[in-house]
Design a protein around this ligand. Sequence first.
Ligand code: SF4
Ligand code: FES
Length: 240
Amino acid sequence: MKPYQVKIARSAGNGAPTEVGTFEVVLEERMTVLDALFNIQRTQDDSLSFRCACRVGMCGTCAMYINSVPRLACKTQVSRLNSSTVTIGPLPNLPVIKDLVVSLEPFFEQWKKIKPALHSPTRDSKELACIPATSRYARETPQKRDCITCGICYGACGIKSSSAEYLGPAAINKAFLRLMDPRDTATEERLEVINNERAGVWRCHAQFNCTAACPKNIDLTDTIMRLKRAMLFPSGLKKA
Ligand code: SF4
Ligand code: FES
């Protein structure tokens, strides 16, 4: 079988220059990009660095830039890229540690700003804080709760590429979930963060890159648009 050409951005990190390493990999049936990287590491260059854990699309650690699109390497089959060359780079908008390994610190710094933990007035209560299946939160947010904090939306976001301050789609989606959660009381604090003109929802230009790239199919642009509307018409966030 004809080998695939795999071009990988290689870097020692810390702003060091990036070089492109070119490798050849013989395609096996249903081979993923992550399989191809392991093949290269095992047979051609054991210094190649990349990150992974679950290998089934659950942990989010194998996010990288594959043929100019941020994707999970373990969920991307090489044959479905419809190209005889696979180009792989680190996730954009994040500092490179080495080769394909990035630091997610800036992503989680933004995540922390929206106060992701539940703020419940009854946190010492022994009663279970159940959310009724008929509540608005239960009905309107199921898919938005599937985030695996892979950072792909952060890497795909055009605004993030020019604004260090912007919270980014995943953090805003988390804020939305807490704002809708009937058990949570930190509404004012979170609204203040997402209403900030330099960091908050108003920076989003609805390019839909985050929505298109999210491996969990979370409609992040819808989340951001709903929060914009809620800023203008606060009843849109009524918890029920
Ligand atoms: S919202 Fe989607 S793309 Fe963004 S971090 Fe969560 S799972 Fe990844
Ligand atoms: S290795 Fe866990 S999502 Fe790819």
